[in-house]
Design a protein around this ligand. Structure first.
Ligand code: PLP
Length: 509
């Protein structure tokens, strides 16, 4: 056996590229959400690994036959669920290169290019996002790192905040530490706090509401902290979000940082989805106030084209951040580390080993360039705006939260379901049924959320291949299914058809 025979590598590699190119060409033929039943794969697969080698031809045949039916097609242009995970040529090729080199760049010496390219791309991104200089590696105290996910960014920054406080006030106070977020903060924050040993009841959630667009209120936060202090808790950390998962709400960073600074708390800004949009000057204002934060992260893999997983994190105080994560051993001791002149990224993350992620980000930034990346974001935002316009023109539907980026939250209104009363419970059941019917067609995939007790359908544009025609088809599908569920013709149908045509005209131009 020679697992790295260059001749076979070339032949099989070309076959896989051809396979994927065919997949992308034909992706619209597949039902977007997989329809398989749990355990489906075990029925068609042998129950132990083969004793002898199998040819790539046979393996790819089984990928087509057994794996593809079990795939929910995140790269389909009709994928409007969750937030997208964008695939593209540059990042794919970057992944090939980094897999090919397969270095384990835990410190500078283990692969200098991996560390230096990471610092370089994080500086490029810092400038694109106009983040404060205090986050820059070239500043005295700041720096950026590539992690896998936001959950890791939460864990590492929470740990830094916890350790910094305990160093000052003593470990016997661990049980009193409290961290703050809103009821719209991503649920992985709870898990991260649990991992670092914060008591579940000390993860304090400020309740939001629809009238204030589900934003975290600085006044409510301040009141909650004051009450908690009276109860003996010690506030250490606030997570603010730019672009919440349910509705893309944007928390007021400036005022929140002011409140947090009164209590000497660490503020982390989670812009997992919406951060990418902020490379466009017209969206940058959503990050105003980030200069008061201790750390900032966004998932470039959601919307800026690097493939999963690629979370970019910057911190202002690298010494507090790396102190609890630092490890050392004679096994990896080397002169450059001892010189103190280099970054050893093993001290910026949970694990020791790390991938050469910067390569794919570098490939994306170079292959497309800033102008095209901004246009890519704008195109998605425009498609979401068009969809919102279509929803607004059908009086049976209502928009449930302001649309800032490329996600629209909507539902069939309670009045369209029952003209006599405003019954959210009934509307929730109806919209749930509507979404299930829409997704069961296999032609699109959307997901939902529940905010303030209300079930909303989320229409999130973000797949690389999505075009105007897919958005229009998705809307017509939603409208058609709603009409058959309501059992009544589309109200104001004449004006709706006319307006829909106008939008269609504007979409196609
Ligand atoms: N924060 C926000 C705002 C998100 O939308 C998400 C996921 O969609 C996350 C955090 C969790 O990200 P990850 O899976 O990278 O931990």
């Amino acid at each position: 056996m020679n697992p790295l025979n260059p001749v076979e590598f070339r032949r099989q590699g070309h076959m896989v590229i051809d396979f994927l190119a065919d997949y992308y060409e034909n992706i619209e033929k597949y039902p977007v959400r997989s329809h398989v039943k749990p355990g489906y794969l075990f029925q068609s697969s042998p129950d132990c690994a083969p004793m002898y080698p199998e040819p790539i031809e046979a393996i790819l045949k089984d990928v087509q036959k057994d794996i593809i039916p079990g795939i929910t097609h995140w790269q389909s242009p009709n994928f409007f669920a969750y937030f997208a995970s964008s695939a593209n040529t540059a990042s794919f090729l970057g992944e090939m290169l980094l897999n090919g080199f397969n270095v384990v760049g835990f410190n500078w010496a283990s692969s200098p290019a991996a560390t230096e390219l990471e610092i370089l791309v994080m500086e490029w991104l810092l400038k694109l996002l106009q983040l404060p200089q205090s986050f820059s590696t070239s500043s005295d105290h700041g720096g950026g790192v590539l992690l896998g996910t936001t959950c890791e960014a939460f864990v590492c920054t929470l740990l830094a905040a916890k350790e910094k406080t305990l160093d000052q006030i003593g470990r016997e106070n661990t049980e009193k530490l409290a961290v703050y977020c809103s009821d719209q903060t991503h649920f992985s924050f709870q898990k991260s706090a649990k991992i670092i040993g914060i008591k579940p009841e000390n993860v304090r959630q400020v309740v939001t509401n629809r009238t204030t667009n589900f934003e975290l209120s600085p006044e409510s936060l301040d009141e909650m902290i004051k009450r908690d202090l009276e109860d003996g808790l010690i506030p250490i950390y606030l997570c603010a979000t730019v672009g919440t998962t349910s509705t893309t709400a944007v928390d007021p960073l400036g005022s929140l940082c002011e409140v947090a600074s009164k209590y000497n708390m660490w503020v982390h800004v989670d812009a997992a989805y919406a951060g990418s949009a902020c490379i466009c000057p017209e969206f940058r204002h959503f990050l105003d106030g980030v200069e008061g934060a201790s750390s900032f992260s966004f998932n470039a893999h959601k919307w800026l084209l690097p493939n999963l997983a690629c979370c970019c994190l910057w911190v202002k105080d690298k010494s507090s951040f790396t102190k609890p994560l630092s490890t050392t051993s004679e096994l990896i001791a080397n002169k450059t580390t001892e010189s103190g002149k280099v970054v050893d990224y093993k001290d910026w993350q949970i694990s020791l080993a790390r991938r050469f992620q910067a390569l794919k980000l570098w490939m994306v930034l170079r292959s497309y360039g800033t102008i095209a990346l901004r246009e890519y974001i704008r195109k998605h935002v425009k498609m979401a705006k068009d969809f919102e316009g279509l929803v607004n023109m059908d009086s049976r539907f209502e928009i449930m939260a302001p649309r800032y980026f490329s996600m629209v939250c909507f539902r069939v209104s309670p009045y369209a379901i029952s003209q006599h009363h405003d019954n959210d419970h009934e509307a929730n059941e109806f919209n749930q049924m509507l979404l299930e019917l829409v997704n069961a067609t296999g032609r699109v995939y959307m997901t939902h959320s529940v905010v303030g007790g209300v079930y909303v359908i989320r229409f999130a544009v973000g797949a690389t291949l999505t075009e105007d025609r897919h958005v229009k088809m998705a809307w017509e599908l939603v409208q058609g299914q709603a009409t058959s569920l309501l059992g009544t013709p589309t109200p104001n149908s004449a004006s709706n058809v006319q307006s829909s045509k106008q939008i269609e005209g504007s979409i196609s131009t």
